[in-house]
Ligand binder design. Structure first.
Ligand code: PLP
Length: 394
């Protein structure tokens, strides 16, 4: 399978266009391809590998649990899940959590709970609940989650889309105020827009959103699938913004970079509406994924990775700014979610960086995104900076 033409052309439809290398090994922040070429991985599998590749402690937790019991279904309790739910709720100041598998599913779960709350508690007429979302946001690839930023069936080739969403401009408190009606159930927002190109809102935007939602009995939900689990320098970005939303979705790095697990966490006021049969997931909350997620959260704390994300993120941003890279108009981000804005041709530059040994993600709006694992050291950032300097100046 070393022939990349075969890998690329045979059975993959056109929905992906991978860079033409095949990665075979990973350890910490390094990966190796099938030609034994080594790279610094500053993609983290797109915000999944916060603990680096194959963290020994997490691999241990995975294999230990795999030898004990991996699947029980939700027909029965399982200890790793009980412990995980207690720990994650405590760490995020939420009351209850519903485990799922992918980020999109966690958001779908949030939507179901919000809508039921809207009808049963807020007394919105059945079928009329509205959820405000943001344009350019990213919440997943299912029909419903891809309807959230763009519910317009006339422009979306996957329509008919799911209705009930009202996308507004991000970072615009007036737009939120104008969009709220008596039928508004919730506002779902990424505290920092990741896929849109690492767009952080103004300092007091999220706090203003929280106040406006609170005053109008509108639930505020943060999609922290990308920003959570230490990525932005705190367990969740909400913590940094100084607010506690009514609900949070998590995914990606929650599985320790080893397997998929996601969650919708919320205050009891929301989750109280659920009854047996309302929701579920065959694999959601399985003991194998729960054991790894629990160990991931313990590792996040034991290795002070939130603090490391904060200090290394500041260092990385400062170094990037000092480089004064040609064609780069802005360096922005929070913690280790960092974007550099180019005038043009970001995809070409991203490919050059990868060829030079630094994995990075080309994102919307000519932005190159860097998401190193949170275990990254100063020396490794210096190594990346040297590559970036070289590539932009050659
Ligand atoms: C990646 C991502 C999702 C979707 O997660 P999947 O596991 O791919 O379904 C949702 N929201 C945000 C903010 C993301 O970054």
């Amino acid at each position: 399978m070393n022939d990349l033409n075969v890998i690329n052309n045979c059975h993959n439809p056109g929905h992906i266009s991978p860079y033409p290398v095949s990665l075979t090994k990973g350890s910490g922040i390094y990966v190796e391809d099938s030609n034994q070429k080594r790279y610094l991985d500053f993609t983290s599998g797109i915000a999944v590998l916060n603990f680096g590749h194959c963290h020994p402690r997490l691999v241990q937790a995975l294999t230990d649990q795999a030898h004990k019991i991996a699947i029980v279904s939700r027909l029965f309790h399982n200890e790793p899940l009980t412990e995980l739910l207690a720990k994650i709720c405590q760490m995020t100041q939420m009351d209850q959590a519903i485990p799922m598998n992918s980020g999109a599913e966690a958001n779908e779960t949030a939507i179901k709970v919000i809508r039921k709350w809207a009808y049963q508690i807020k007394n919105i007429p059945l079928g009329h609940a509205e959820i405000i979302t943001c344009q350019q946001s990213f919440h997943g690839r299912t029909i419903t989650t891809s309807s959230m930023p763009n519910a317009n069936a006339h422009t979306n080739p996957f329509g008919p889309m799911t209705t009930g969403f009202k996308p507004i401009p991000f970072n615009n408190i007036g737009a939120l105020q104008r969009a709220i009606t008596a039928n508004t159930a919730a506002f779902i927002v990424e505290p920092i827009q990741g896929e849109a190109g690492v767009i952080a809102p103004d300092k007091h935007y999220l706090q203003a959103c929280a106040k406006l939602c609170h005053d109008n009995n509108v639930k505020l939900i943060f999609d922290e699938i990308q920003t959570g689990i230490g990525r932005c320098g705190s367990v969740v970005a909400a913590e940094h913004a100084g607010i506690t939303p009514d609900g949070i979705t998590l995914g990606k790095a929650l599985g320790g970079g080893l397997l998929p697990i996601s969650m919708f966490l919320a205050k009891k006021e929301l989750t109280q509406v659920l009854q047996p049969g309302d929701h579920g997931s065959t694999f959601g909350g399985n003991p194998l994924a729960a054991a790894v997620a629990l160990e991931a959260l313990n590792t996040l704390q034991d290795e002070s990775l939130c603090q490391n994300a904060k200090t290394m993120g500041e260092y990385f941003m400062q170094q990037l700014q000092q480089l004064k890279l040609p064609t780069v108009t802005q360096v922005r981000g929070k913690g280790l979610l960092i974007g550099i804005q180019l005038e043009s041709e970001s995809e070409k530059m991203a490919k050059k960086l990868i060829a030079a040994g630094l994995l990075c993600v080309n994102t919307k709006n000519n932005t190159i995104r860097f998401l190193p694992p949170l275990i990254v050291t100063k020396d490794q950032i210096d190594e990346a900076i040297a590559i970036i300097h070289h590539v932009f100046n050659s």
